[in-house]
Design a protein around this ligand. Structure first.
Ligand code: RNT
Ligand code: ZN
Length: 407
């Protein structure tokens, strides 16, 4: 495009934003304030989309634990340098405050077993994060390892196996504390274990007792991090029983003042995370969301800008929960370009937050309090045709990111 044409296009976009701003003002929404709030919401981008959750230990490439990445699109990262390059490419197209979420298998850990990892194995990530002005979150990795091959880790009947994994988790918390020190914001450390049985168990209680004991040891010391626990209904090969069920972690998180992680794909198919956030927020101080998209099972598809994504965002905004809910993405698709997967997912998350922020929700809530359900319905439906896209374009422009991705 010639300079004159670009100028014209920009002028048109500016005019569209001016129009949108006026339109939103008529329903009491200040788009300038919205843009400011939107830009400051941290969204944690999971590193594992870049290499199909393989990590950089030497050893088998096989992902276990009932999670699966399908597809063989070329270009998966094979080392940390490549992964960081891919992340940088993605970030050049993603507006807003981004965090990077690492798993323990992504350090400089070739030949280092999981109960041996230390902050020094993550030094290159910390240096890179500083250069890129990014903050790091973290996850112990309790799958894809010989000591998880029987399907139980922290709940294993053998004490030595449990101790191996307890040591791993404690070390992960220490590594995350090292992140915190270097970035001036608490690293969020999420623990998910695949522990469970394929077929009907004879004893559902003992593994849970073991898991409680293990967790008590892992969290014995208070650290400058945010600890979260992720529950799950089932996994492939773990269909009948999950040790860390919803009730289990909800109880543990409440009793011990930890954060609860809710993954959008971890419930029965008709259950929605958006329907759970306000209830959980009354009993735990902090919530971590693993925003994902289940298709018929916990398939972890790239998140779309769909009703559930907007509903999740609305729950956070309308419940005034921005300070207490951490947003992390969790999907992995190996059938499409991996950088594009991140870009689409991250932009969709922020678009959904924008849509939620642009709602005159105080007006909707007032109508509801006054039992004016007609107004609630009429206004909610009108909102669907409001020009949020013009605000998105303006926001991207201000961030120096493309407003539309042309592949
Ligand atoms: C698995 C959980 C977990 C993982 C990541 C890789 O079902 O959702 O969060 O996806 O830790
Ligand atoms: Zn998850």
């Amino acid at each position: 495009m010639s300079n004159a044409l670009i100028h014209l296009a920009t002028q048109k976009e500016k005019a569209m934003y001016k129009n949108a701003k006026e339109q939103y003002a008529t329903i009491g929404v200040d788009t300038e304030a919205v843009i400011k709030t939107l830009d400051a919401i941290p969204v944690s981008m999971h590193c594992w989309q870049g290499d199909d959750i393989k990590g950089f230990e030497s050893g088998s490439d096989e992902v276990t634990g009932g999670i699966q990445v399908t597809g063989n699109h070329p270009g998966a990262a094979t080392n940390a340098g490549e992964l960081r390059q891919m992340i940088e490419k993605a970030l050049s197209l993603i507006p807003g405050k981004t965090r990077i979420n690492l798993h323990a298998i992504y350090g400089d850990v070739k030949g280092v077993d999981r109960n041996q990892i230390e902050p020094k194995h993550f030094e290159t990530w910390v240096q890179w994060a500083k250069e890129q002005s990014l903050t790091l979150d973290f996850n112990p990795t309790l799958f894809s390892h010989p000591k998880s091959a029987q399907g139980l880790t922290l709940s294993h009947p053998d004490k030595s196996i449990r101790e191996f994994w307890i040591e791993h988790c404690i070390r992960c918390r220490e590594i995350a504390e090292y992140f915190t020190k270097n970035q001036g914001s608490q690293s969020v450390v999420n623990l998910w274990v695949a522990d469970g049985f394929k077929d009907t168990p004879a004893d559902t209680l003992t593994p849970r007792k073991h898991l409680v004991q293990s967790l008590d040891e892992i969290y014995a010391e208070k650290m400058d991090i945010t600890d979260a626990l992720e529950s799950k209904l089932f996994g492939i090969g773990v269909e009948s029983y999950t040790v860390g069920s919803h009730e289990f972690y909800m109880g543990y998180a409440i009793r011990n003042g930890l954060a609860l992680c809710m993954d959008a794909g971890h419930y029965h198919p008709t259950e929605m995370v958006s329907a759970k956030i306000s209830a959980v927020s009354l009993f735990v101080e902090k919530i971590l969301l693993h925003v994902s998209r289940p298709v018929r099972w916990d398939s972890d598809h790239v998140i779309m800008l769909d009703d559930e994504l907007i509903a999740i965002s609305r729950e956070i905004i309308r419940g005034d929960l921005l300070e207490r809910v951490s947003i992390g993405l969790d999907f992995f698709d190996g059938s499409i370009d991996r950088v594009s997967a991140w870009v689409v997912g991250m932009r969709n998350m922020r678009k959904a937050l924008l849509i939620a922020l642009l709602d005159p929700y105080k007006t909707l809530q007032k109508a509801e309090r006054e039992f004016d359900f007609t107004k609630r319905l009429v206004l909610s439906e009108e909102l669907k045709a409001m020009p949020w896209q013009a605000v998105w374009n303006e926001y991207c422009e201000r961030c120096n990111k493309p407003s539309i991705i042309k592949n």
